[in-house]
Design a binder for this molecule. Sequence first.
Ligand code: ADP
Ligand code: MG
Length: 400
Amino acid sequence: MAKFRTLDDLGDLTGKVALVRVDLNLPMQEGSVTDDTRVRAAAPTILELASKGAKVLLLAHFGRPKGEKVSTMSVSMTLDAVQAVLGKEVMFVPEVAGDVVKQAVSILRPGDIAMLENTRFWKGEEKNDPDLAKAIAANGDIYVNDAFSAAHRAHASTEGLAHILPAYAGRSMEAELKALDAALGTPVRPVAAVVGGAKVSSKLDVLTHLVTQVDHLIIGGGMANTFLAARGVNVGKSLCEHDLAATAEAILEAADKAGCTVHLPYDVVVAKEFAANPASLRTCNVHEVAADEMILDIGPQAVEALADVLKTCRTLVWNGPLGAFEIEPFDAATVALARSAAALSKEGVLTSVAGGGDTVAALNHAGVAADFTYISTAGGAFLEWMEGKELPGVKALETA
Ligand code: ADP
Ligand code: MG
């Protein structure tokens, strides 16, 4: 695994200014924060720096103001939530650079925390303009990046600053990088990947990368339909990208060459309408789907076989639900396989890492999120990592 400095490499910081990139892009409803998970993830880093005596300046984006000052997208909308999680007063500074920030720094005492304005109010942020990065850096002594979720962007606050100031990974960044390395970097084999979700087209790069990395590729969700159809199975009215048959075949061929076993379901749960517990609900072999039916989950026999596959593996990486889990009973396969993975993880025989918006929701719904080794809430950055891409924000933290 590439090397990067962490907070362990920092001694006393009394009077020093730490510029800390965090994720404060919090979900809001009617002006209040509805989920403070991201603040809780960043809190250990912020509080540790404060306890070392640093003056902590938080940097974050909020929404998509596209280089304009949009008052409804001020990051100060998150101030109450941040103060509540940290249990400390946080000063809001309506700039990211210049004299206003300088003055704020002079007022702060060691251990105090301030929140700078939405980095995306400045055009230089998304352009990764070195002048903006230099102007921000002028008021700081060190740079700490604790926002893995923004690391797939090469922006001034996520990438540029790391080249100007001594750069460190925050605690949540460090945990994420360690977990991802354990899952796909230098994993204990055999490794299984579960890839589900709606469409093959949105996860083509993920599939292409994974077949060269893992021993078992478990395909579920709507994308399994595309693979089944490519194999000549009649999938009826299922969500299916028939135009990607050749692509699906090519992925299966690449898997074969790489020695990766691909697991497609042999039984499925079907219905004629997409509704909770519909009258038309039935389970059948994949070859028995009627023309007016939709495959909405993989079947119980497939799940049992997959659970057996997981028992032979030491590492699991999971993105995408196995069925249309939002509606009962099409959550059954996802819940059952998640429980198997969680039990193996709890026993200590499986390292399990999962990510993706709907995946995290599905694992929470299954009540097993806490038993997984690591759950990434990073969304886009997690998927790009699953595609084998180098993340600029991570790359910039690496030391020679
Ligand atoms: P993530 O957000 O974790 O990356 P995706 O967004 O790729 O996951 O996929 C989640 C979506 O896939 C869910 O909305 C789910 O209903 C849908 N899905 C899964 N299986 C099927 C299926 N067989 N038919 C239709 N939609 C499905
Ligand atoms: Mg999704």
